[in-house]
Design a binder for this molecule. Sequence first.
Ligand SMILES: O=C(O)[C@H]1O[C@H](OP(=O)(O)OP(=O)(O)OC[C@H]2O[C@@H](n3ccc(=O)[nH]c3=O)[C@H](O)[C@@H]2O)[C@H](O)[C@@H](O)[C@H]1O
Length: 405
Amino acid sequence: MIRTSRRSFSSNRTIFLSALVLVTLTASILSFIDSGERFLYNSISWETKIRSSAHIRRPNGISVLVTGAAGFIGTHVSLALKSRGDGVLGLDNFDNYYAPSLKKTRRALLDIHGVFIVDGDINDRRLLAVLFDTIAFTHVMHLAAQVGVQYAVENPYAYVHSNIASLVTLLERCKSADPQPAIVWASSGSVYGVNINNKVPFSESDRVDRPVSIYASTKRTGEEITLTYNRVYGLSITGLRFFTVYGPWGRPDMAYFSFIRNILLGKPITVYRAKNHTDLARDFIYIDDVVKGCVASLDTSGRSVGSGRLRNETAPYRIFNLGNASPVTVPTLVSILEENLRMKATTNVVEMSENGDDLFAQANISLAEKELGYKPTTDLETGLKEFVKWYLWYYGKPFVQNRNV
Ligand SMILES: O=C(O)[C@H]1O[C@H](OP(=O)(O)OP(=O)(O)OC[C@H]2O[C@@H](n3ccc(=O)[nH]c3=O)[C@H](O)[C@@H]2O)[C@H](O)[C@@H](O)[C@H]1O
């Protein structure tokens, strides 16, 4: 009985993944042809696709440009918006910071649900102009970024390109759009850096001028840049300080994801610990909870008001913590994974170097609760169970040793 259901589970997975691969391939070929055609031949089919994807299908719906739509959070937010009838157009450059194949599978998933992702870079001003000339976006959900705290040590330039230059290019376009969209964008809980306030949990009104990584500094800089565009050009801005977001279709570079992969492969995992031997802890937050916070931010964003001298309104400028208000140590994260997999991890405990990682994070979420109705409902045990289920479905336990994530 168990064997039969396992076999049918496995064959359903194979069929679904094969279908996704097929859609991915077709989408890649079409998008390759189309992105070329758009500029060479002014392709009608490309324009039809973006119009259809961004088309609003409910009363009082919104039309959202989602940057980083093939990313982890971008995929989930795009699906949530599309399923309630909003118009959604994705933009993603499919960079290879982690496996582009996972991003392409996410794109295929979105394609099935009617969300089209334009393959392009936000720094491409010409492309942005075409998109904004074609669609009157009411909102921009800016999630595209160079992520990863550790990678910033290796390649700081990628963070300047993606988190600062791109942000300015996008804001410039939004500033001159008519109507101007409202902008919700991804900042980070890492802006709290060294706990100079000497208090937990971290609140939005705390000082954030001691970042400990290039990643965090680019996110903090983004908060200053967006504030300038809000004051000078009247753009409505909401910055979301995401804490450690996890879940199905997640990012392979994150600890929980690499831990499961190594445990299944029987490889050791590295668990960092502070110099004084205390465990590191994070405010892990499940993707579905974060998506609700993102959607509520769009719904309550208010309007951009422009920069004319006669304007008598001020555009909103908001910042919210999106965490779980309930930190968990990294060793506890490992033991939850072990329980779910019924496997023991081989753990190397390593004292953390001065590499820019924070020791502890806990979000105060009362402002988001009050203004957005944000209320996380998924604890780490429940969320990781969902993640493990997805991981085994997506990569398949028996084949995991041959798969490259
Ligand atoms: O915006 C943010 O706030 C960031 O959130 C996330 O950063 P973090 O909260 O640091 O998550 P993550 O890397 O999963 O490490 C979790 C814990 O495991 C520890 N850790 C990590 C790796 C390892 O091999 N061993 C280990 O102990 C590690 O020291 C830490 O204590 C995103 O990754 C980052 O891209 C960015 O989005």
